[in-house]
Design a protein around this ligand. Structure first.
Ligand SMILES: [Zn+2]
Length: 384
């Protein structure tokens, strides 16, 4: 019986499923097939998706950073719906709030305000949008306030509002009266008595230019389990089963299953919150894209994850004494995978090619084409 890479349990073959290794929220569906595997059990695929992948994705900084690309590639001639920006938990106290509810405050593409009243979750307090399982099941309410700037291009607002909270049981309420437009057309509901009271409250509190105090919840260890998981998956697709039982692979697995209070994981790496290596941050990434690089370093083979040249993490996926010289020399130029999720595009190149492109010495054609796309509408939102 095969065993699962993550939980290490032996399971029957039909208990296994496709694992993207680089998860889909980072654009992993566009990664080359050789970076995907079927050595992960369905339970891990589903549970680690919720507790490890989402724990990373929904971190306030990561979440907003990943949404940036959709704005960069937005084409006003063919408008598509844009994601909302998460601004944290608001100090607003609208009528009829339950004790276990919070007001999450969001901004639309043109400065529209959205107040989402949803259950809070002590265990997943730092998740943008709360516990993904709860918010799928529980019916919640979100209140939308049109911004003055929305008039400049109402279709942008309209599309973003239409798709906000897609797939969740959210009752959407429009707080702004609009002449000649029917909010029901894009999924808004008829307000009940409680909604009417709250709409009055939000109109008073949110349109007087008063500064709002939002609270951001962050969990400083949000990335450790995720980086360990990424390292285990990539180590498997690169080295096969040769080092699966090594001491360091066990340390990675311990970090993947890390719980607050456990002894500190002994994996080697550098979190985004730590001291930054500017070279890695600026040269091992691209603007508006996710870059995953696998490269030999003095201590082993490292996985570097870069978001938009703004956030960077490194973790070793193997120790130097575990990998053969042959593999190290095969990897000597590093493998870079660049993922543009909003464009459904993945590009594979070597690290020297990426660095040469970033430094302007040898332009990489495909990357240059993507950059051109982003450059077409630069400043569009700021100048609207
Ligand atoms: Zn498993």
């Amino acid at each position: 019986m095969p065993n699962c890479l993550y939980c290490n349990n032996d399971k029957p073959a039909d208990e296994f499923t496709l694992e993207h290794v680089i998860p889909q929220f980072l654009g992993g569906a566009q990664a080359p097939d050789e970076l995907k595997t079927r050595r992960v059990c369905k339970t891990c695929n589903s549970n680690l998706g919720l507790f490890v992948d989402a724990g990373f994705e929904k971190d306030f900084l990561v979440f907003n950073q990943l949404n940036e690309a959709a704005y960069a590639f937005f084409n006003p001639d063919e408008p598509s719906s844009l994601p909302l920006h998460n601004m944290g938990i608001s100090d607003l106290t609208p009528p009829g709030m339950k004790e276990d509810e919070v007001c999450e405050y969001w901004l639309g593409p043109l400065g529209e305000q959205i107040i989402w009243i949803r259950p809070s979750d002590e265990r997943m307090y730092w998740y943008s949008g709360g516990n993904p399982r709860t918010v799928k099941k529980v019916r919640t309410r979100a209140y939308f306030l049109w911004a003055e700037r929305s008039q400049k291009n109402p279709i942008i607002t309209w599309l973003a509002f239409r798709d906000a909270f897609l797939g969740r049981k959210v009752k959407k309420l429009m707080c702004t009266k609009l002449d000649g437009a029917d909010p029901k057309y894009i999924g808004f509901s008829e307000p009940d008595e409680l909604d009417n009271e709250r709409i009055e409250y939000f109109k008073k509190e949110c349109s007087n230019g008063e500064e709002r105090k939002n609270k951001l919840s962050m969990y400083v260890r949000y990335d450790i389990r995720f980086m360990a998981k990424l390292a285990i998956g990539l180590s498997h697709v690169i080295f096969g089963s040769t080092i699966e039982k090594s001491h360091y692979s066990n340390a990675l697995r311990q970090a993947l299953w890390f719980r607050e209070g456990d002894s500190e994981p002994t994996i080697e790496g550098q979190s985004n919150l730590g001291e930054q290596d500017q070279f890695l941050k600026e040269q091992c990434g691209v603007s508006n894209g996710v870059t995953v690089t696998i490269l030999p370093v003095s201590t082993g083979v490292a996985v570097n994850l870069n978001l938009n040249k703004k956030m960077n993490w490194v973790v070793n996926c193997a120790k130097i004494d575990e990998v053969s010289d042959q593999i190290t020399s095969e990897l000597s130029h590093g493998i870079c995978v660049i993922l543009y999720r909003s464009l459904n595009k993945g590009i594979k190149l070597s690290l020297p090619e990426l660095i040469a492109h970033n430094q302007g010495s040898i332009i990489h054609q495909e990357l240059a084409e993507v950059e051109k796309l982003a450059g077409l509408n630069e400043g569009y939102f700021a100048n609207l």
